[in-house]
Design a protein around this ligand. Sequence first.
Ligand code: GTR
Length: 334
Amino acid sequence: MKKKAVTLVSVMIFVAIVLAACGGSSGAGNSDGSTETTTLRLAENHPDDYPTAIGDKEFARLVEEKTDGRYVIEVYAGGQLGEESEVLEQAQLGTIDLARVNSIPLAQFSQDIGVLSMPYLFEDEDKKWEKLNGEVGQDLLATLDGSNLVGLAFYDSGERSFYNTKRPVENPEDMAGLKIRVQNSELAIDIVEALGASATPMEYGEVYSALQTGVIDGAENNFPSYYTSNHYNVSQYFTVNGYQGNPEVLLASESLWNDLSDEDKEAFREAALESVEVQREAWAELTEESREAVLEAGSELVEVDDISEWRDAVQPVYDKYGDQFGDWIDRLAE
Ligand code: GTR
């Protein structure tokens, strides 16, 4: 929620008190001579030192710099502002200004963005990031138009793999009958079902106890999430099959966006794109670190030498969505 302080001294004092009470802040005396600071809230569901949160903070720093301090962004990490679906709803309503979310739940607002969650879509990391940071990426983000959300940039989320509490899974047949938690997305359900497992959509914050109590047998995620969520403590078999390379998305609520001048919109967009580098460096580091940490803690990593049987097993997903995503798949592969 935006909080504005205006020049009249008495009003400023009043606003400062209100803002302090709400956890916001206000300031005066920017380098451009203006006396107005707008404090924005950015929702982040990972811990404060997780790579996406590091990216968010770099974005915040750059926005502040580029707008001469007229915009201050406070990052609310650790899911303080709610689970991903609640955050998305609030961003649509404009009660949360900015958010970093995963691209899978965004597919409910832009079917096109779903293409990024297609299994085994990306083969080359450099190319993937050239595309996501370039015109195709911006065109994909623009498909959110009409959803009250404005996509700014993609962040790295590596590759997702399956893990479970029951047994080492070496090939798709071993997935049979496992109850796997997925994000809230039809495509995610279809992938798990193509593999012969059953899919249970659930919020991220509920997965740990669902694994612990046996409500589900497994889930899927990248190494950093598997590690920092402590899922590795309750789900020891991790199959390194990197089946999905969908990125994270930094976005703004349209209500914030409509309040920004064209110049400030440009500053926000630039800041978002520039923050990607710092986020990706942090990502690479934590990916290594978390892989080692879970191994040390006793996780059993099943390395998949031949990914082709996994690719073949998810072919029904390409049969179902191939036409719908065809043009995007071509553009991402060009
Ligand atoms: C993580 C992602 C989160 C959340 C989570 C999930 O990789 O960073 O935003 O989407 O996965 O599986 O729900």
